[in-house]
Ligand binder design. Structure first.
Ligand SMILES: [Zn+2]
Length: 560
């Protein structure tokens, strides 16, 4: 049995893990790379497997960085089922259709721009192809390293219970053994390229004038979703069953537990994928479920090395921002992910209002996608925690704010500009990499009476991360702006567990036992985090007695 890390390896986005046994091949997640240019370019690097040969996809949750490449895989020949909770299936429909539309729009804009600036476009395209080739080289290097790894690797438990010292160098050093064993891809433009690609059909369109997939393809992929309930074990492929557990991250989010039946010399194994793990206490939703047994754990590490401020502190800061906005008759702009974070912000503002800690201030919800997601949240009280259910029994849903204005059409969105101040706008997307939030940002970034408040994770290389780091100038859609508005950020609203919570969740796997005992993970793979965060949490996971590995993108690891 082998696992291949096709995404979320030393980065946060693009979550995709290919599990191959001698009887089946399944994907856990099939996410899109988002964020900086070097990340996004990976969406156009060949998948390295044939989607038609996949038995199934198991999806942890609907966010684009976990689900975004599903339509592409389906268009390339994947015909099997996609298992997820019902909530995830419904939210994924919203997200994937929107993604198809954005892809089309982006390609159209790009075509128009290229027609006007043919020389610039050619140069740009050339640079991009080089960037893709570079990413392919990285992928191939990792593939070779993965295959060449010796049986006893960093993190392995020796028969005497000793853990082999960690360190990735050991894997890299054995590189040459694998040459010719693993399927590698020569870089684009290499004369061997067409021959090497034969029998490996999946090569996404390289040109930016072509969308990765369109709306119709996104729509088609939705038919393959098979909703399953939490805690119900289902057979997903020959010899593999899956059980979904509450992850407390967004509606329908799950921790995926896979049981792989014994085969040959490999005994039956349990693999647990944390997906994105919610913080505790998770608002509206139930907290992440604690699991205690696994042979291999794949844990997210978005907030490795960091501790969230307490929720009450987050509420205080949100309150302060609203009060300052009211006092200076300004605007509070909250960039937020449409799904999850927006609903949580409505919940938090409404809570402050209920407790009379803020005056009523006009709230604009400027994201049609967030509005659709809110409707799905409202329809799924079966996923609520006890507090949210009690709110509901008292006649008020957990995501209602009096007189909130939800904008549907772009023309309504433009009217916000002329609205009487003070007011709050929540718009997506959360990292300022696109969406309606950018038109608000353009208008407010030079306004001293505006506050931009980040309430979520800002990926490396995004405009959000640069502004948060104190950039005084910003480039938005090719135009430069001076930053004069106030930048604030609140970490306490994260939908991710922080480091102590990640360690507490992992601690359940070894509580009362020792390294090497049955049911204690033989290895914890640290995924879904920037390198800094992963390096920060790694020694602490090892200190729990759990051997670790931080996989490289496209690396394969044998699970014996
Ligand atoms: Zn997520």
């Amino acid at each position: 049995m082998e696992i291949r890390f096709l995404g979320a390896a030393s980065t946060v986005t693009g979550s995709q893990f290919l599990l191959t046994t001698d009887r089946a091949r399944i994907l856990v997640d099939c996410g899109m790379f988002q964020g900086g240019a070097h990340e996004v370019v990976r969406n156009r690097v060949p998948l390295g497997y044939d989607p038609a040969a996949l038995d199934a996809i198991v999806l942890t949750h609907a966010h684009l960085d976990h689900s975004g490449l599903i339509p592409l895989i389906v268009a390339e020949g994947f015909k099997g089922p996609i298992y997820s909770t019902k909530g995830t299936a419904e939210l994924a429909a919203v997200i994937l259709l929107d993604s198809g539309k954005l892809q089309e729009e982006y390609a159209k804009r790009r075509r128009r721009w290229a027609a006007r600036h043919p020389e610039k476009a050619e140069l740009d395209e050339q640079r991009r192809l080089e960037a893709i080739a570079e990413q392919e080289r990285i992928a191939r290097a990792a593939e070779r390293a993965g295959a060449a790894a010796p049986r006893r690797r960093a993190g392995d438990v020796m028969p005497d219970g000793r853990v082999v010292a960690s360190g990735f160098d050991e894997l890299a050093l054995n590189d040459e053994q694998a040459v010719g064993i693993r399927m590698g891809f020569p870089p684009y433009g290499d004369p061997d390229y067409p021959a090497a690609m034969e029998g490996h059909p999946t090569r996404p369109n390289l040109l930016l004038e072509e969308p990765l997939y369109d709306q119709a393809q996104a729509e088609r992929s939705l038919r393959q979703f098979k909703p399953v309930a939490y805690l119900k074990e289902v057979a997903v492929a020959p010899g593999i069953t899956a059980t979904l557990h509450d992850a407390g991250h967004i509606l329908g989010s799950s921790i995926v537990e896979l049981h792989v039946a014994a085969s040959g010399k490999t005994p039956a194994r349990t693999l647990v994928f944390s997906g994105d793990l919610g913080r505790s206490p998770a608002p509206i939703l139930r907290d992440p479920e604690a699991l205690a047994q696994a042979d291999y754990v794949f844990v997210e590490s978005t907030y490795g090395g960091r501790t969230h401020e307490p929720q009450e502190e987050a509420f205080k800061e949100l309150r302060r921002a609203v009060l300052d906005t009211v006092e200076q008759k300004g605007v509070l702009l909250i960039p937020a992910f449409a799904i999850g974070r927006t609903q949580e912000m409505i919940w938090a503002l409404d809570d402050l209002l209920d407790r009379r800690l803020i005056p009523h201030i006009r709230l604009y919800l400027d994201s049609p996608m967030a509005s659709r997601a809110s409707a799905i949240y409202r329809a799924h009280a079966d996923y609520y925690d006890a507090d949210a259910l009690s709110d509901l029994r008292h006649g008020e849903g957990p995501i209602e704010y009096d007189d909130a204005m939800e904008t549907r059409r772009a023309s309504e969105s433009q009217k916000i500009e002329r609205a009487r101040r003070p007011y709050v706008v929540i718009a997506s997307n959360g990292m300022l990499t696109g969406g309606r939030v950018l038109s608000h940002l353009r208008r407010l970034i030079g306004d001293k009476k505006a506050i931009i408040m980040f309430v979520g994770y800002q990926g490396e290389g995004t405009l959000g991360a640069r502004l948060l780091a104190g950039a005084r100038k910003a480039r938005i859609d090719g135009q430069d702006y001076q930053v004069r508005c106030a930048m604030r950020s609140i970490s306490g609203f994260s939908a991710h567990a922080d480091e102590p919570q990640l360690l507490a969740w992992l601690g359940n796997f070894i509580k009362g036992r020792r390294t090497g005992d049955p049911g204690v993970p033989r290895r914890v793979f640290i995924v879904h985090g920037d390198p800094e965060a992963q390096e920060a949490i790694r020694p602490k996971i090892e200190a729990l007695g759990l051997p670790t590995l931080i996989p490289h993108w496209h690396q394969s690891v044998k699970l014996d």
